[in-house]
Design a protein around this ligand. Structure first.
Ligand code: HXC
Length: 268
């Protein structure tokens, strides 16, 4: 689908995206690149990054891949440094890396719980912390109305409660809280906007195939009246709005992009 945004909406901005080599992260990388950004994508698997970088470059996007794990502070620092070394600055950090699996609270080990919090919550903070030095620095072309930006990919699971997702729900609740705290502190001190996007079920993602197996999709419509799948594009357009000047007064918000699903109740 064509983008409703101008092709130069992110012209010259440098973006680092964790989890940027696949799924929603790759679509955001692609759309940011198509709208003028230079993109660095970080992930654990080199072959995934390599093919994502080739796909981005084939669309005319300036892209590099950086192998790293957001759970490792040294990897976070190195990813930020490599991005700045290659592109000269850092304007946007997108935290899209996440871990997920279905497990009942009874069967989930404390280490399984901790692992997802380490990736989603601590990993998000670690990346933000590593990036601050450059996000607050400004760069050529950055004026007072366009400070740095952080975008945290969240979820809606924790607005109510979700079966077999105690670990992810807790992790994403922490992510939303991080979004608000950093929006306050870094928005005030450094003019950095910190926002989030909370996707609903998105077609063609690992999250969907893990959480909602194909046979359950048909049944979902019966008990969730508003149920319909979103596209990765929908999330990327929300990210683009928040990252562009269109979103310059938006700070500390996690935008729900789920077609209203989290509100949904069966009809009486
Ligand atoms: C129960 C599990 C488990 C499972 C791992 N564990 N998988 N427990 N059921 N299916 C437990 C292990 O037993 C172990 O605890 C602990 O978790 C760590 O497991 P490791 O395999 O050592 O971890 P690691 O190799 O680091 O893998 C991390 C992972 C993995 C999160 C477990 O699934 C992963 O990295 N996935 C790739 C990313 C991903 O899933 N992306 C989708 C994101 S979608 P013990 O006690 O045995 O040591 C998403 C959507 C959000 O986030 C919501 C949308 C609506």
């Amino acid at each position: 689908m064509d983008s409703p945004f101008r092709a130069d909406a992110l012209k010259g901005k440098v973006a680092l995206l964790t989890g940027g080599g696949s799924g929603i992260g790759l679509e955001i990388s692609t759309q940011f690149g198509r709208h003028g950004a230079l993109v660095a994508i970080m992930g654990r698997r080199k072959h995934v990054l390599d093919s994502a970088v080739s796909a981005l470059r084939s669309q005319g996007v300036s892209a590099i891949g950086i192998v790293g794990d957001v759970r490792m502070k040294e990897d976070a620092i190195r990813a930020v440094e490599e991005t700045v070394k290659h592109f000269g600055r850092l304007d946007i950090l997108v935290n899209a890396a996440a871990g997920n699996f279905l497990a009942s609270a009874e069967d989930l080990s404390p280490n399984g719980f901790r692992t997802v919090l380490d990736i989603d919550s601590v990993g998000t903070f670690t990346m933000c912390h590593a990036a601050l030095k450059y996000l607050k620095q400004g760069g050529p072309g950055r004026d007072s109305s366009s400070g740095g930006l952080i975008l945290n990919i969240s979820a809606t699971l924790h607005y109510t409660a979700s079966w077999y997702q105690i670990h992810v729900s807790a992790a994403k609740a922490a992510v939303d809280s991080i979004t608000r705290s950093l929006a306050l502190e870094w928005g005030t001190d450094y003019d950095i906007r910190v926002n989030g996007v909370a996707p609903g079920p998105i077609e063609g993602t690992l999250g969907l195939s893990k959480l909602l197996p194909a046979e359950a999709k048909g049944r979902a419509k019966d008990y969730m009246p508003l149920f319909k799948l979103g596209e990765k594009w929908d999330i990327a357009m929300a990210a683009l709005y928040l990252a562009s000047d269109a979103g310059k007064y938006v700070n500390g918000m996690t935008m729900i992009v789920d077609g209203g699903l989290w509100l949904s109740r069966p009809r009486h």
